[in-house]
Design a binder for this molecule. Structure first.
Ligand code: NA7
Length: 535
């Protein structure tokens, strides 16, 4: 195949790649998007498991940049389910006529910077090659699923799947013996759904998480009208809040109010929809062990109330980390599932899995037979998408080499030694943990302004300074230091027992919040892109 040339190549046609394509077209650029799937939507394309849905309020999640899209689209639930979100992505792709610049079924394998030509060359698994002045990664922070490293997985003769590689045809659980491994946000959503129809459901839990009620409901026509009228206000609330959610930390401290006031507030939060209990809680629960203990005790009591068997309740209460220090799964009757006769919880800390057999799973205590095994075992988070592609920068240095000691970025958007490459939602970028389209819009708009500015000035290359990147990386780690979540193993901290080398805690996100991040990005742009060498 002959090499095709473009102004920009974007890897990924999820929420960020789609918007970046639209924006760069606005600059009159020729753009090629390369997408591994056969449709748009990224996360919402791949994660088709039963029960997959938003934990963000639907109307706070959609793109905010187009009044037409806001006017024409209607969410049916306060926290919409995956099929509707995928429809939304397709609706936007149609509306903006995006597909003609997207090459589907195109898995990028390699991207190499050519210092002489001052361009990137990109290769896909099916033999396509193209080059462009700019390379933009829109590969998502949770796009590389990880299977557990358990012996015998391939021997299983029943049906088995990872939640993020779910079949496109519906899977029928009726009367089936089903296993779910993993109890993160995905496992929780899957379990509560599968339990409705499975003959027997066995949940294999290594470590429990602190879950809280989602409180989903349909959006009534009156609410819909109100939402339409309030869009500017909704996006303004998101913009001001730490994680761009509808919820922002309460200014009070848990330890600054009476026990009664604290308890009443926790009750209110537990009863309210969405992430309020996590994002809208007292601000000291993330930094003070004492404050954190009060909310952890409150949620533990709720679990005990909701789960009839005290031994099972105890298994479901985390002992190794406090509330909110790992991602809080939101749930609908999740705990009540364990009161059902068809559901059993296996604690892998007592009886670890020894192997998968042709007919089931053998733990240290017993052999359990299954028709279906579901792996809800998570992702090679944040850096995984980058490890999958052989990025070669200046002098052939690979990104793998550059990040051997952990990510080094400038604003989470550029990497020294990798000119003209912009990493949307990259590591150490506020977007890597955010009500993600809100931060994606900021990332994309910043990248677009950056490219526009280069084109206006007739500049060929831009590369982040090593010193500026080192300073940013230092700032990222320093601002996370006080946070309790840095003391806990999770994907926030770059830990994944199923990925070789992901066993040392290194913070992958950005702790100082989206408003501070946005201000810093704006400051860099206003200072004629200080910290970035351009010529
Ligand atoms: P997570 O949050 O990484 O959860 C993965 C789960 O799988 C978690 O309970 C793990 O237990 C469990 N796991 C992983 N490997 C194994 C092995 N080998 N054996 C047993 N159990 C295992 O991924 P999710 O998909 O749930 O959520 C990811 C994000 O997607 C989420 O935060 C949302 O923002 C959307 P562990 O806790 O490591 O002991």
């Amino acid at each position: 195949m002959t090499e095709q040339t473009f102004d920009a190549i974007i890897i990924g046609a999820g929420i960020s790649g789609m918007y970046q394509l639209h924006q760069l077209r606005g600059l009159g650029m020729s753009v090629q998007v390369l997408e591994a799937g056969d449709g748009v939507g990224g996360t919402w394309y791949w994660n088709r498991y039963p029960g997959a849905r938003f934990d963000s309020e639907s109307y706070s999640y959609g793109y905010s940049f187009s009044e037409e899209i806001l006017d024409e689209w209607q969410w049916s639930e306060h926290f919409s389910a995956q099929p509707e979100t995928l429809r939304y992505c397709n609706f936007v792709a149609d509306k903006l006529d995006l597909r003609r610049d997207i090459r589907f079924d195109s898995t990028v394998t390699r991207a190499r910077w050519d210092s002489e030509a001052e361009r990137w060359t990109v290769w896909t698994a099916d033999g396509w090659t193209g080059s462009a002045q700019f390379l933009i990664t829109a590969i998502g922070p949770l796009s590389v699923p990880t299977m557990p490293t358990i012996d015998g997985i391939d021997d299983f003769r029943g049906q088995s799947m990872h939640t993020a590689r779910w079949p496109h045809e519906p899977v029928d659980f009726k009367g089936k013996r089903v296993a779910v491994i993993g109890t993160g946000a995905t496992g929780v959503q899957t379990i509560q759904e599968v339990a409705k129809t499975a003959g027997q459901l066995t949940v294999f839990q290594r470590r429990p998480n602190w879950c809280a009620p989602l409180k989903n409901s349909p959006i009534t026509p009156e609410q819909q009208q109100d939402i339409r009228a309030r869009y500017p206000e909704i996006f303004e609330i998101c913009k001001r809040s730490h994680g761009c959610f509808m919820h922002d930390a309460d200014p009070r401290r848990a330890m600054g109010v009476s026990a009664e006031e604290r308890e009443a507030f926790y009750e209110e939060l537990y009863d309210a929809p969405g992430f309020g209990i996590w994002m809208g809680n007292f601000r000291d629960i993330f930094v003070s062990e004492e404050a954190n203990q009060t909310i952890s005790d409150f949620v533990a009591a709720k679990i005990r109330q909701r789960v009839k068997d005290p031994k099972v309740a105890d298994m479901l209460i985390p002992k190794d980390h406090g509330f909110g220090t790992r991602r809080v799964p939101l749930e609908t009757n999740y705990y009540e599932v364990y009161n059902q006769d068809n559901v059993r919880l296996v604690n892998l800390q007592d009886t670890p899995i020894e192997r998968v057999t042709p007919t089931g799973i053998r733990t240290s205590a017993e052999l359990l037979e299954f028709d279906i095994i579901i792996y809800a075992t998570g992702f090679d988070a944040v850096t995984g998408g980058f490890s999958k592609i052989a990025f070669e920068g200046v002098d052939g240095q690979t990104l793998q080499q550059k990040w051997a000691e952990g990510p080094l970025t400038y604003l989470g958007l550029m990497v020294p030694g990798f000119p003209n490459m912009l990493t949307l939602v990259g590591p150490h970028n506020a977007a890597s943990f955010c009500n993600i389209p809100r931060c994606i819009e900021q990332n994309v708009e910043w990248a677009t302004d950056f490219i526009r500015n280069m084109r206006e000035k007739g500049l060929a290359t831009a590369e982040a300074d090593e010193a500026a990147a080192t300073e940013w990386t230092h700032h990222v780690h320093e601002s996370a230091e006080k946070m309790l979540y840095t003391k806990v193993d999770s994907w926030f901290m770059g830990i994944n027992t199923n990925v070789e080398g992901k066993n040392k805690r290194t913070f992958l996100l950005y702790a100082a919040g989206a408003p501070a991040y946005r201000a810093k990005c704006d400051e860099v742009a206003a200072s004629d892109y200080a910290g970035i060498a351009r010529h």
